[in-house]
Unconditional design. Structure first.
Length: 274
Protein backbone atom coordinates (compact mmCIF):
# COMPACT_ATOMS: atom_id res chain seq x y z
CA UNK A 1 0.00 0.00 0.00
CA UNK A 2 2.76 2.45 0.95
CA UNK A 3 4.70 1.84 -2.26
CA UNK A 4 1.59 2.19 -4.44
CA UNK A 5 0.56 5.49 -2.87
CA UNK A 6 4.11 6.83 -2.93
CA UNK A 7 4.47 6.00 -6.60
CA UNK A 8 1.29 7.90 -7.40
CA UNK A 9 2.51 10.91 -5.39
CA UNK A 10 -0.95 11.52 -3.95
CA UNK A 11 -1.91 14.76 -2.20
CA UNK A 12 -4.57 13.33 0.11
CA UNK A 13 -5.83 9.88 1.09
CA UNK A 14 -9.54 9.00 1.31
CA UNK A 15 -9.74 6.00 3.63
CA UNK A 16 -13.02 4.07 3.46
CA UNK A 17 -12.98 2.67 6.97
CA UNK A 18 -10.01 0.31 6.49
CA UNK A 19 -7.94 1.12 9.54
CA UNK A 20 -5.60 -1.81 8.98
CA UNK A 21 -4.03 0.34 6.23
CA UNK A 22 -3.12 3.17 8.59
CA UNK A 23 0.47 2.09 9.21
CA UNK A 24 1.21 2.43 5.48
CA UNK A 25 -0.61 5.74 5.26
CA UNK A 26 1.25 7.19 8.21
CA UNK A 27 4.63 6.75 6.55
CA UNK A 28 3.51 9.06 3.75
CA UNK A 29 2.52 11.92 6.08
CA UNK A 30 -0.43 12.71 3.84
CA UNK A 31 -3.69 14.32 4.97
CA UNK A 32 -6.24 11.55 5.46
CA UNK A 33 -10.03 11.66 5.36
CA UNK A 34 -11.49 8.55 7.00
CA UNK A 35 -15.04 7.53 6.14
CA UNK A 36 -17.12 5.69 8.73
CA UNK A 37 -19.73 3.67 6.77
CA UNK A 38 -20.71 1.47 9.71
CA UNK A 39 -21.83 1.93 13.32
CA UNK A 40 -19.34 3.92 15.35
CA UNK A 41 -16.45 2.03 16.91
CA UNK A 42 -14.91 4.49 19.36
CA UNK A 43 -11.80 2.33 19.57
CA UNK A 44 -11.17 2.81 15.84
CA UNK A 45 -11.70 6.55 16.19
CA UNK A 46 -9.28 6.79 19.11
CA UNK A 47 -6.71 4.71 17.22
CA UNK A 48 -6.99 6.90 14.12
CA UNK A 49 -6.71 10.11 16.12
CA UNK A 50 -3.60 8.90 17.95
CA UNK A 51 -1.88 7.74 14.78
CA UNK A 52 -2.82 10.38 12.22
CA UNK A 53 -3.15 13.31 14.62
CA UNK A 54 -3.12 16.71 12.92
CA UNK A 55 -3.50 15.34 9.39
CA UNK A 56 -6.75 13.51 10.16
CA UNK A 57 -10.34 14.36 9.38
CA UNK A 58 -13.40 12.15 9.68
CA UNK A 59 -16.32 11.71 7.27
CA UNK A 60 -19.59 10.65 8.89
CA UNK A 61 -22.64 9.67 6.86
CA UNK A 62 -25.25 11.17 9.18
CA UNK A 63 -25.40 13.77 11.91
CA UNK A 64 -26.73 11.11 14.26
CA UNK A 65 -23.69 8.93 13.59
CA UNK A 66 -21.41 11.91 14.21
CA UNK A 67 -23.18 12.65 17.52
CA UNK A 68 -22.19 9.22 18.86
CA UNK A 69 -18.49 9.77 18.17
CA UNK A 70 -16.10 11.52 20.50
CA UNK A 71 -13.63 13.21 18.20
CA UNK A 72 -11.01 15.92 18.60
CA UNK A 73 -10.19 16.30 14.90
CA UNK A 74 -12.25 18.06 12.20
CA UNK A 75 -15.18 16.13 10.80
CA UNK A 76 -17.88 16.51 8.18
CA UNK A 77 -21.30 14.96 7.58
CA UNK A 78 -22.03 13.94 3.99
CA UNK A 79 -24.64 11.22 3.37
CA UNK A 80 -24.12 8.23 1.14
CA UNK A 81 -25.23 9.19 -2.40
CA UNK A 82 -26.90 7.29 -5.21
CA UNK A 83 -27.12 8.02 -8.91
CA UNK A 84 -30.84 8.74 -9.15
CA UNK A 85 -30.70 8.68 -12.96
CA UNK A 86 -30.20 4.92 -12.74
CA UNK A 87 -33.45 4.42 -10.84
CA UNK A 88 -36.76 4.10 -12.62
CA UNK A 89 -39.80 5.94 -11.28
CA UNK A 90 -42.80 3.79 -10.41
CA UNK A 91 -46.43 4.39 -9.51
CA UNK A 92 -46.78 1.66 -6.90
CA UNK A 93 -49.11 -0.22 -9.20
CA UNK A 94 -48.92 -3.53 -7.32
CA UNK A 95 -50.07 -1.84 -4.12
CA UNK A 96 -48.12 -3.96 -1.65
CA UNK A 97 -46.05 -2.91 1.33
CA UNK A 98 -42.36 -3.70 0.92
CA UNK A 99 -39.63 -4.76 3.30
CA UNK A 100 -36.05 -4.84 2.00
CA UNK A 101 -33.10 -5.95 4.09
CA UNK A 102 -31.70 -8.68 6.30
CA UNK A 103 -34.40 -10.67 8.07
CA UNK A 104 -33.40 -9.74 11.61
CA UNK A 105 -35.00 -8.33 14.74
CA UNK A 106 -32.85 -5.20 14.49
CA UNK A 107 -34.24 -4.53 11.00
CA UNK A 108 -37.78 -5.15 12.28
CA UNK A 109 -39.05 -7.62 9.70
CA UNK A 110 -41.29 -9.20 12.37
CA UNK A 111 -42.80 -5.78 13.05
CA UNK A 112 -43.40 -5.30 9.32
CA UNK A 113 -45.29 -8.60 9.27
CA UNK A 114 -47.41 -7.54 12.25
CA UNK A 115 -48.21 -4.22 10.57
CA UNK A 116 -49.32 -5.93 7.37
CA UNK A 117 -51.53 -8.38 9.22
CA UNK A 118 -53.08 -5.69 11.43
CA UNK A 119 -53.79 -3.39 8.48
CA UNK A 120 -54.91 -6.29 6.26
CA UNK A 121 -52.36 -5.33 3.63
CA UNK A 122 -50.12 -7.47 1.46
CA UNK A 123 -46.43 -7.49 2.42
CA UNK A 124 -43.64 -8.59 0.11
CA UNK A 125 -40.31 -9.25 1.83
CA UNK A 126 -37.01 -9.14 -0.06
CA UNK A 127 -33.79 -10.07 1.69
CA UNK A 128 -31.72 -12.87 3.10
CA UNK A 129 -31.80 -14.84 6.32
CA UNK A 130 -29.02 -13.43 8.48
CA UNK A 131 -25.94 -15.59 9.06
CA UNK A 132 -25.24 -13.82 12.35
CA UNK A 133 -25.69 -15.73 15.61
CA UNK A 134 -29.37 -16.48 16.16
CA UNK A 135 -30.35 -15.37 12.66
CA UNK A 136 -31.66 -18.74 11.51
CA UNK A 137 -33.58 -19.25 14.76
CA UNK A 138 -35.19 -15.80 14.50
CA UNK A 139 -36.30 -16.54 10.95
CA UNK A 140 -37.77 -19.93 11.88
CA UNK A 141 -39.63 -18.54 14.90
CA UNK A 142 -40.63 -14.98 13.94
CA UNK A 143 -40.82 -14.88 10.14
CA UNK A 144 -41.32 -18.23 8.44
CA UNK A 145 -44.56 -19.19 10.25
CA UNK A 146 -46.31 -16.15 8.76
CA UNK A 147 -45.17 -16.59 5.15
CA UNK A 148 -48.22 -17.84 3.29
CA UNK A 149 -47.40 -16.84 -0.28
CA UNK A 150 -50.47 -14.63 -0.33
CA UNK A 151 -50.69 -11.85 2.26
CA UNK A 152 -47.09 -12.34 3.45
CA UNK A 153 -44.62 -13.23 0.67
CA UNK A 154 -40.86 -13.73 0.79
CA UNK A 155 -39.00 -13.50 -2.52
CA UNK A 156 -35.46 -13.88 -1.14
CA UNK A 157 -32.49 -11.68 -2.08
CA UNK A 158 -32.86 -9.41 -5.12
CA UNK A 159 -30.30 -8.02 -7.56
CA UNK A 160 -30.23 -4.36 -8.59
CA UNK A 161 -32.70 -4.73 -11.46
CA UNK A 162 -35.10 -6.79 -9.37
CA UNK A 163 -34.79 -4.31 -6.51
CA UNK A 164 -35.85 -1.42 -8.72
CA UNK A 165 -38.90 -3.25 -9.99
CA UNK A 166 -39.72 -4.32 -6.44
CA UNK A 167 -39.63 -0.72 -5.15
CA UNK A 168 -41.35 0.83 -8.17
CA UNK A 169 -44.36 -1.44 -7.73
CA UNK A 170 -44.60 -1.04 -3.93
CA UNK A 171 -46.99 1.43 -2.34
CA UNK A 172 -44.53 2.05 0.49
CA UNK A 173 -41.36 0.70 2.07
CA UNK A 174 -41.53 -0.29 5.74
CA UNK A 175 -38.33 0.52 7.64
CA UNK A 176 -39.18 -0.42 11.25
CA UNK A 177 -35.65 -0.52 12.65
CA UNK A 178 -34.84 -1.31 16.27
CA UNK A 179 -31.22 -0.18 16.14
CA UNK A 180 -29.27 3.00 15.39
CA UNK A 181 -28.75 2.52 11.67
CA UNK A 182 -25.97 4.92 10.55
CA UNK A 183 -27.79 5.83 7.35
CA UNK A 184 -29.89 3.16 5.64
CA UNK A 185 -29.38 3.70 1.92
CA UNK A 186 -32.43 1.58 1.11
CA UNK A 187 -34.55 4.55 2.16
CA UNK A 188 -33.23 6.78 -0.60
CA UNK A 189 -33.26 3.94 -3.10
CA UNK A 190 -36.97 3.55 -2.42
CA UNK A 191 -37.62 7.27 -2.63
CA UNK A 192 -35.74 7.46 -5.94
CA UNK A 193 -38.30 4.98 -7.29
CA UNK A 194 -41.10 7.19 -5.99
CA UNK A 195 -41.78 4.85 -3.08
CA UNK A 196 -42.48 6.62 0.24
CA UNK A 197 -40.94 5.25 3.44
CA UNK A 198 -42.58 4.51 6.78
CA UNK A 199 -39.83 4.28 9.37
CA UNK A 200 -39.08 4.27 13.05
CA UNK A 201 -38.12 7.78 14.18
CA UNK A 202 -34.65 6.70 15.23
CA UNK A 203 -31.00 7.37 14.41
CA UNK A 204 -30.65 8.80 10.88
CA UNK A 205 -34.24 8.35 9.66
CA UNK A 206 -35.34 11.94 10.49
CA UNK A 207 -32.41 13.19 8.40
CA UNK A 208 -33.67 11.28 5.37
CA UNK A 209 -37.46 11.29 5.59
CA UNK A 210 -39.44 14.51 5.45
CA UNK A 211 -42.35 13.59 7.73
CA UNK A 212 -45.63 13.94 5.89
CA UNK A 213 -43.91 14.61 2.55
CA UNK A 214 -41.68 11.67 1.61
CA UNK A 215 -42.92 9.29 4.28
CA UNK A 216 -44.01 8.94 7.87
CA UNK A 217 -41.89 8.68 11.02
CA UNK A 218 -43.24 6.57 13.88
CA UNK A 219 -42.04 7.34 17.39
CA UNK A 220 -40.46 4.23 18.93
CA UNK A 221 -41.93 4.89 22.39
CA UNK A 222 -45.47 4.56 21.01
CA UNK A 223 -47.07 1.13 20.47
CA UNK A 224 -45.07 0.41 17.33
CA UNK A 225 -47.60 -1.63 15.38
CA UNK A 226 -50.39 0.90 15.99
CA UNK A 227 -48.21 3.80 14.88
CA UNK A 228 -47.16 2.03 11.69
CA UNK A 229 -50.72 0.96 10.87
CA UNK A 230 -51.87 4.57 11.24
CA UNK A 231 -49.07 5.65 8.88
CA UNK A 232 -50.08 3.00 6.34
CA UNK A 233 -53.63 4.33 6.40
CA UNK A 234 -52.29 7.82 5.66
CA UNK A 235 -50.25 6.83 2.61
CA UNK A 236 -52.73 8.53 0.20
CA UNK A 237 -51.61 11.88 1.67
CA UNK A 238 -48.10 11.42 0.25
CA UNK A 239 -46.84 12.28 -3.23
CA UNK A 240 -44.49 9.90 -5.06
CA UNK A 241 -43.04 12.70 -7.20
CA UNK A 242 -41.96 14.48 -3.99
CA UNK A 243 -40.03 11.38 -2.97
CA UNK A 244 -38.10 11.32 -6.22
CA UNK A 245 -37.44 15.06 -6.12
CA UNK A 246 -36.05 14.86 -2.58
CA UNK A 247 -33.44 12.32 -3.67
CA UNK A 248 -32.44 14.33 -6.72
CA UNK A 249 -31.99 17.48 -4.63
CA UNK A 250 -30.39 16.05 -1.48
CA UNK A 251 -28.91 12.60 -2.03
CA UNK A 252 -27.84 12.40 -5.66
CA UNK A 253 -24.17 11.79 -6.42
CA UNK A 254 -24.12 14.99 -8.49
CA UNK A 255 -25.00 16.94 -5.36
CA UNK A 256 -22.87 15.10 -2.80
CA UNK A 257 -19.70 14.24 -4.76
CA UNK A 258 -18.70 17.93 -5.08
CA UNK A 259 -19.01 18.25 -1.30
CA UNK A 260 -16.60 15.35 -0.78
CA UNK A 261 -14.20 16.78 -3.36
CA UNK A 262 -14.30 20.15 -1.61
CA UNK A 263 -13.29 18.53 1.69
CA UNK A 264 -10.48 16.58 0.02
CA UNK A 265 -9.19 19.70 -1.70
CA UNK A 266 -9.14 21.64 1.56
CA UNK A 267 -7.27 18.81 3.27
CA UNK A 268 -4.72 18.66 0.47
CA UNK A 269 -4.16 22.40 0.87
CA UNK A 270 -4.00 22.06 4.67
CA UNK A 271 -7.05 24.29 5.05
CA UNK A 272 -9.84 23.91 7.65
CA UNK A 273 -12.66 21.73 6.33
CA UNK A 274 -15.33 23.43 8.43
Amino acid sequence: MQSVLAARNCDVVYNHGRFDYLESLLALSKPTLSLFPNPIDQGQIDFAERRIRSSAAFHFISANQQSHAQVSVPSCVIPNPIDSSRYSFGNGSAGYLAFLGRLTSSKGVDLAIAVARRSNRRLVIAGNVSNEEGGEHFFREQVEPFIDGDQICWIGPVDDAEKQQFLCQAEALLFPIRWDEPFGIVMIEAMACGCPVIATRRASTPEVIDHGVTGWLCDPEEPSVDAFVDAVNRLPELNREACRKAVEQRFDVRVLAPRVLDVLQKLAQRQPIV
